[in-house]
Every structure is written in C-alpha cells, then in structure tokens.
Design a protein around this ligand. Structure first.
Ligand code: FES
Length: 128
C-alpha cells in the first residue's frame, strides 16, 4: 500500500512537537472534530479524542505500547489503527494521518481523508 505524499494544503498545523510531553496526550479541535495527539516512546499519534463507549475524552488517558486507556472505564485503543482492544468499548476510534515538519505537527484534514479511495471498492467517499 502506498502512502500519499505530504500535501501542506491538505494538512492543518495543530501544535509544536514539544507541546506533547512523552507518555501524554493533548486535545485539539480540527474541522469541528476533537482529536487527541499522543506521544509514546517518542512517536506521535493522532486519533479522535472521543471514547466510543460513553464519549469521554481520551487525551488524559494513560499511554503505553502505542495504546491509550480511557480514563473513565478503562477501554484501551490502538493508537495506530484506532481499534478498540478491550471492553467496555467495542467500536474503534478514528486514526488520523500525522506529519511532522520543522518541529510542527500537521494532521490531515477531513477533506484529505475523503479524497482517499476506499481500499476495498476503490471509490471515493463522494461516490459512496
Ligand atoms: S467512556 Fe471510555 S470506557 Fe467508558
């Protein structure tokens, strides 16, 4: 699977890399969506900030092994895929594409994600 080239026009400058302490997360609003950026062992991840169990913010959750644990009831999510790894959550969170340029964190906008074809049917979101 090829990775789309970085296009600054389709990314939003969200924060400085140093704004995200090791082992922690921070909450931001992008295109009206709450996202959380986490740092785990020096690697940055961007996912939707809302737990799919009872819509609690994940940005204050404990981070380890590229997962975050919801502070409210303890569901864990994979920060790479967004997959719900433990109960009580059963629905995944959304992962976002993230790029670091010159010490700044850029997150793909929803418009960018919509342009990407479905990996199964190869149609754009507009065609589905
Ligand atoms: S609100 Fe996150 S596990 Fe319940």
């Amino acid at each position: 699977m090829s990775v789309p080239a970085f296009d600054l026009d389709q990314h939003i400058d969200v924060a400085a890399v140093e704004d995200i302490p090791e082992g922690e997360g921070r909450r931001y609003e992008i295109d009206g969506q709450a996202i959380a950026i986490f740092r785990d062992k020096g690697v940055l991840y961007a996912v939707s900030d809302t737990c799919t169990h009872e819509e609690y913010s994940l940005s204050d959750g404990d981070v380890w092994e590229h997962t975050v644990e919801c502070p409210k009831h303890g569901a864990r999510f994979d920060l790479v895929t967004g997959e719900a790894l433990s109960l009580p959550a059963t629905v995944s969170i959304e992962p976002y594409r993230l790029e670091v340029r010159d010490g700044r964190i850029y997150v793909a906008t929803l418009a960018d994600r919509y342009r990407e074809p479905c990996p199964e049917c190869h149609t754009s979101a507009a065609e589905r």
